[in-house]
Design a binder for this molecule. Structure first.
Ligand code: ATP
Ligand code: MG
Length: 227
């Protein structure tokens, strides 16, 4: 609960592969992300972006190197603790069988006011309220795909963490929704560290730094303007 406080991520000499016999998918990665910095991860398909995120979440184990979060080596922290301490917005929205309240805050630690404010922030509260509010059950066709992605962003807003990681969270929304998501991310996560896989140029321009990946390596790390 008290870690990470600052949200600094220090990756050094990281190599990793999915199994011992296969080629490494991350090779000699060095990346220092300062607390509060917004970093876009870019690169072609298969370049290793999702794998790097998996390594930060301790889903993918390292062959060598270290990942420190606020100075703590994550290999010394339980996987469950690492994962629950980082706020992730997945590429593919997922939902539990249950109510809006449960889905917006699976941890069950946010007040109804916080949940409603989060759903309002992403512009889907009026729709959900019309459907019955926080107690309504979320069936498969309850939300459109774009609304599902907004809902997952609202879920992240309900959770307090100094690090937010996103894997193409805005990939399949229309441009209006995309703009809303970017604005919410910028305003609500202003003081948090954000690491996001991003494809669209206008999204990338909003970030402090861009890390460009190629064949498992970071080939550029600079401001979007410099690249
Ligand atoms: P995309 O833009 O398509 O999402 P990416 O940059 O996220 O691509 P990764 O998913 O990290 O790329 O893939 C890097 C390499 O790791 C690829 O060669 C891929 O085939 C391999 N890979 C990814 N996930 C697994 C897995 N679960 N098991 C084995 N190999 C994997
Ligand atoms: Mg990926």
């Amino acid at each position: 609960e008290d870690w990470p406080q600052q949200g600094g991520i220090d990756i050094s000499g990281v190599s990793a592969s999915y199994d011992t016999s296969s080629e490494p998918v991350l090779i000699g990665i060095d990346l220092k992300i300062h607390p509060g910095e917004k970093v876009a991860l870019c690169g072609r398909t298969g370049s290793g972006k999702s794998s790097l995120i998996s390594a930060i979440l301790r889903i993918l184990e390292l062959n060598s190197g270290t990942i420190l979060i606020d100075g703590i080596d994550i290999s010394k922290v339980s996987r469950a603790h690492v994962r629950s301490s980082i706020n992730t917005i997945p590429q593919q929205p997922f939902f539990l069988h249950g109510t809006v309240r449960l889905n917006a805050n699976p941890e069950g630690n946010a007040t109804d006011e916080t949940i409603i404010a989060s759903l309002r922030a992403v512009n889907i509260w009026s729709y959900i309220e019309l459907k019955g509010g926080l107690d309504v059950d979320m069936s498969d066709d309850f939300l459109s795909h774009g609304q599902q992605q907004l809902f997952c962003l609202a879920r992240a807003l309900c959770k307090s963490s100094s690090i937010i990681i996103m894997d193409e969270a805005t990939s399949s929304v229309d441009s209006e929704t995309d703009t809303l998501m970017q604005t919410v991310i910028r305003t609500h996560f202003k003081n948090q560290t954000v690491v996001a896989i991003a494809h669209k140029l206008h999204t990338i321009l909003d970030f402090d730094k861009v890390a460009l990946m190629e064949n498992g390596k970071i080939v550029e790390f600079d401001t979007p303007k410099a690249l």
